[in-house]
Design a protein around this ligand. Structure first.
Ligand SMILES: Cc1cc2nc3c(=O)[nH]c(=O)nc-3n(C[C@H](O)[C@H](O)[C@H](O)COP(=O)(O)OP(=O)(O)OC[C@H]3O[C@@H](n4cnc5c(N)ncnc54)[C@H](O)[C@@H]3O)c2cc1C
Length: 386
């Protein structure tokens, strides 16, 4: 490859691919370095997530302003992208349910936040309306969030990659970035290819979109960077909605009232164990499938590449799922696990230039709703580069 390139993107997950597509609209000589053997082959967050297009109601403007903004924008951008390329995507809507008056009051807070964040159409409904929408869901009240939906993440990833390639972005799989250094006003990228050969390439601009390893990459230039990762693993299980009439879910996302946990690293927000429908794609036609996923079961991460199957979930896994009362642990089979690029004590996306050079932009802590936010993040970074 040529010795000096314009833009290097480290990481070919959904963020790296959206960046390549966005930047290729106005720039040339863009390379994406990806250590996996292919863009949709291998382990990363973008291939191991729940595929939910979040609406953007969870994120507070003071604590998580980038998540609030990019989630709402990304949600809209993905629906338009899906329509353009006929991709597997359904605007299923979401119910966020309250089991009692206390949780119902908390929903009022999220309704207000939805309005502040510009999430369209959110309203509060009672038990009768809930049963009309999802007859097997039982709750005191719920927020109906119409812009929430589901996508097939791998198909989206592939389409973004194909569109970026068509616009001239070059993808370099099996190319691992092993070091970065500043050199004569440019950035020297040291890479290792599949055969173990090493090479170095100079880039005018580098964007670090390395997901779980993004902090590691940032440390190559700034060993003193104070931000730390606090990776978290989420496993999901599945059941078949046709198995018993009481398990029939018509096809909405169903979530409990979010839980806020106070811990030594600050307040952590978790969306709680929820139900997510999946697709059946038959002869190119997309419909809600028989499989419904249930998760996440959160686990600490012992090894960044460990995707081994955990033991079956304990009964306690379903204890906060009174809203779907007939589901039993015996209905569940293992679905998949994924690791999120969470940061320690920092709750928003971290998108900033390196302290030593504005030629390098780091995207750290791109955990959920990173899939939803990806096209909006790409537009923002393109704007930063201008
Ligand atoms: C279990 C789970 C459920 C989720 N559910 C949702 C959801 O429903 N909705 C939602 O919006 N978001 C969800 N997310 C979050 C979403 O999946 C991520 O925010 C998003 O995929 C992040 O994409 P990324 O490109 O930043 O990271 P990744 O997909 O992890 O990609 C980073 C890439 O960088 C590569 N890389 C790393 N180091 C190097 C190196 N040194 N050299 C070259 N390449 C390197 C990796 O191989 C990887 O392919 C979920 C995440 C998980 C794990």
């Amino acid at each position: 490859m040529s010795e000096k390139i314009n833009i290097a993107i480290i990481g070919g997950g959904i963020i790296g691919c959206c960046l390549a597509l966005e930047l290729a609209k106005t720039q040339t000589d863009i390379y994406v370095f990806e250590k996996n053997a292919g863009i949709t082959k291998g382990e990363n967050q973008s291939s191991r997530n729940s595929g939910v297009l979040h609406a953007g109601i969870y994120y507070e403007q003071d604590l998580r302003p980038l998540k609030a903004k990019f989630c709402v924008q990304g949600n809209r951008l993905w629906y338009a992208f899906a329509k353009k390329y006929q991709l597997p995507c359904q605007q299923t809507g979401k119910l966020i349910v309250a089991k009692d008056e206390t949780e119902s009051r908390q929903l009022d807070h999220y309704l207000q936040q939805a309005n502040v964040n510009g999430v369209p159409g959110v309203r509060k409904i009672g038990p009768d309306d809930i049963r009309q929408l999802e007859p097997n869901v039982s709750a005191y009240a719920a927020l109906l969030v119409p812009t929430s939906g589901i996508i097939d993440p791998t198909t989206f990833l592939h389409q973004v990659y194909a569109s970026a390639s068509n616009r001239g972005a070059q993808f370099m799989p099996t190319t691992e970035v092993v070091d970065l250094e500043l050199s004569n006003g440019a950035v020297m990228i040291h890479v290792r290819y599949r055969d173990g050969q090493q090479d170095h390439i100079c880039a005018n601009t580098v964007i670090n979109a390395a997901g779980l390893r993004a902090v590691e990459i940032a440390r190559m230039l700034d060993p003193q960077i104070s931000i730390k990762t606090a990776l978290i693993r989420g496993d999901s299980y599945k059941f078949y909605r046709s198995r018993r009439p009481q398990l029939l879910l018509r096809g909405m996302n169903v979530y409990p009232t979010p839980i806020v946990i106070d811990s030594p690293t600050g307040r952590h927000h978790t969306v709680g164990v929820h139900l997510t429908p999946t697709f059946d794609i038959v002869d190119g036609q997309t419909d809600i499938g028989d499989t419904v996923t249930v998760g996440p079961k959160l686990l600490p991460v012992e090894h960044i590449d460990d995707y081994s199957t955990p033991p079956p979930p304990p009964e306690a896994f379903l204890e906060n799922m009174g809203f779907f009362p007939d589901l039993a642990a015996s209905d569940l089979q293992y679905h998949q696990g994924g690791i999120q690029a969470r940061l320690d004590g920092y709750h928003d996306f971290y998108i900033q230039a390196d302290r030593h050079t504005s030629r390098v932009i780091h995207l750290l802590g791109i955990d959920s709703p990173g899939l939803t936010a990806a096209p909006a993040i790409a537009k923002y970074v393109a704007h930063l580069l201008k």
